[in-house]
Design a protein around this ligand. Structure first.
Ligand code: C2E
Ligand code: MG
Ligand code: MG
Ligand code: MG
Length: 280
């Protein structure tokens, strides 16, 4: 159709590949442009301690701000960034901005903890540990109030290097969390090898907790296993009051989700106050 009506053209795979290359190039160029013009913003979502309903920390979540002001969610670019070797640059920006935010709050007398996501690829990045140490030091952030979430978007390729990164950051006092536990790349092997402080139970087990017996069994089993290992548990996708009550009953330590608060630029009052009012 592209070449006009009443025509017949033979499809050759090269044409299609050309299209695909253009598409991926566009993604790559878009990411590079956003890096060059400082259009990766960081939004923060509260994580609540379920025992007393206090906010324990905030998770940093990246957004790509288009020149027209539209905010693009990470689902649209993180995997492309991983493929093109650019996720480390994005994660450096997010970490740097989060450290500055934490340090700024500290100067004003507020001790606030933050977690940030690291791609599996970052853990194989030889310069990552020194970058983190240097920018924590330069920003004045408190490493004891920082948590790295190892996300499921890419598998850890070099376990020795990953362990070395974790060891170096733990020596500073940083903590680690295994994200999206139960699906994707995260596995019991990682749990055994990485020595994490938190497990984040994947949202797919949480969303319909009150409806699905299977999900309740999975969550209770994870809590028991984590307890025996001295690991704290976090549930993502807490969207309903019923879910929150069940999680509290099961002994899950922390909750995160739209019921508690949506991601927002730090300091914008919106989410947290609404979440807490709804909880009563
Ligand atoms: P994640 O680390 O599991 O983060 C939780 C995601 O679930 C966030 O999506 C958050 O907005 C969303 N969420 C939280 N509570 C609820 C809820 O109650 N309902 C629903 N429907 N969604 C909820 P977001 O911000 O789109 O991020 C998606 C994923 O992208 C993250 O999943 C993480 O794997 C990755 N990501 C985000 N920021 C970064 C980053 O700076 N670096 C890297 N490497 N990955 C990132
Ligand atoms: Mg996360
Ligand atoms: Mg998660
Ligand atoms: Mg998730």
């Amino acid at each position: 159709k592209e070449f006009g009506k009443n025509r017949c053209r033979i499809f050759v795979p090269e044409d299609r590949e050309g299209e695909l290359k253009r598409a991926t190039f566009y993604q790559k160029q878009r990411i590079l442009d956003a890096l060059a013009s400082d259009r990766f913003d960081v939004w923060y979502q509260p994580i609540m301690r379920l025992s007393d309903r206090s906010i324990a920390h905030y998770e940093a979540l990246v957004r790509l701000r288009e020149p027209d002001g539209r905010m693009v969610l990470p689902g649209a670019f993180i995997q492309a960034a991983e493929r093109h070797g650019l996720v480390g640059s994005i994660d450096r920006v997010v970490a740097g901005k989060t450290f500055v935010c934490q340090a700024g709050l500290k100067k004003r007398g507020r001790i606030v903890s933050f977690s940030m996501n690291l791609s599996g690829r970052d853990l194989a990045d030889a310069g990552m540990a020194s970058f983190m140490k240097r920018s924590i030091l330069e920003s004045g952030a408190d490493p004891g109030q920082l948590i790295f979430e190892i996300t499921e978007t890419a598998a850890i390729q070099d376990m020795d290097r990953a362990l070395d990164f974790i060891r170096q950051m733990k020596a500073l006092g940083c903590r680690f969390s295994l994200d999206d536990f139960g699906v994707g790349f995260t596995s019991f092997v990682y749990l055994r090898e990485l020595g994490v402080d938190f497990i984040k139970i994947d949202g797919s087990f949480i969303r319909k907790l009150h409806e699905r017996q299977e999900d309740r069994s999975v969550v209770r089993a994870i809590v028991q296993m984590a307890r025996e290992m001295g690991i704290q548990t976090v549930a993502e996708f807490v969207e309903q009051a019923e879910t929150m009550k069940l999680l509290t009953d099961f002994g899950v330590d922390y909750g995160q989700g739209f019921l508690i608060g949506k991601p927002a630029p730090f300091g914008s009052a919106s989410s947290i106050t609404i979440g807490r009012q709804e909880l009563g």
